[in-house]
Write a protein that binds this ligand. Structure first.
Ligand code: SF4
Length: 194
């Protein structure tokens, strides 16, 4: 009797349906593509982000769901979670950050090499959320610069994916030299970072 579910059917994908990554802006034709170095490096970086999850509470559980097979962050080239700041380029802060934890978060950020990006996931990481108390940091942007804020308490995995896609958009479109710009240096100086 035939099995009701079929695996590995090896169905051929028509060549016109093949899902290729978009080429960076520029000139392209049969077998060639021309673009700027900024754009090419940007596409490479955006599709191979290595996240460092800094998850402290309920939002961390939503992040776990985002990593699971249903939402599958791996589809965005970001499945390689790193728990060492020296190898990661996106800091994903999910959860309530107590003031006592703030120096640790800052230290983790400082240990990451440039280029690095930061996503604040959920109301607590963005603003302190419902914990308007003496012990809770009222937003991680009080200690480190943040690139993308994901709202919600908790945010759905779709919102977290949207945050990662916003970082990808930023990475693809920022100049490789942004880190050397006066504006960026001034931003870090505001946080007392050299
Ligand atoms: S934003 Fe809501 S769900 Fe996320 S850590 Fe804070 S209280 Fe928990």
């Amino acid at each position: 009797m035939a099995r009701p579910v079929q695996y590995n059917t090896n169905e051929k994908i028509p060549s016109d349906k093949t899902n290729l990554k978009e080429t960076p802006d520029g000139y392209s034709g049969e077998g060639f593509a021309l673009s700027t170095l900024d754009k090419i490096v940007g596409v490479g970086r955006a599709n191979s982000l290595w996240p460092l999850p800094f998850a402290t509470s309920c939002c961390g559980i939503e992040f776990m769901a985002t990593m699971g097979s249903n939402y599958d962050l791996a589809r965005f080239g970001s499945e390689r979670m790193g728990f060492t700041p020296r190898q990661c380029d996106v800091l994903l802060v999910a959860g309530t950050i107590a003031k006592k934890m703030a120096p640790i978060l800052r230290q983790v950020y400082l240990q990451m090499a440039e280029p690095r990006w930061v996503v604040a996931i959920g109301a607590c990481a963005c603003t302190g959320g419902i914990f308007d108390s003496y012990s809770v940091l009222q937003g991680i942007d009080q200690v480190i610069p943040v690139d993308v804020y994901v709202s919600g308490c908790p945010p759905r995995p779709e919102a977290i994916l949207d945050g990662v896609m916003s970082i990808q958009h930023l990475v693809k479109n920022e100049s490789m030299r942004r880190r050397n710009s006066d504006q960026y240096k001034a931003l870090l100086e505001e946080y007392g970072i050299q």
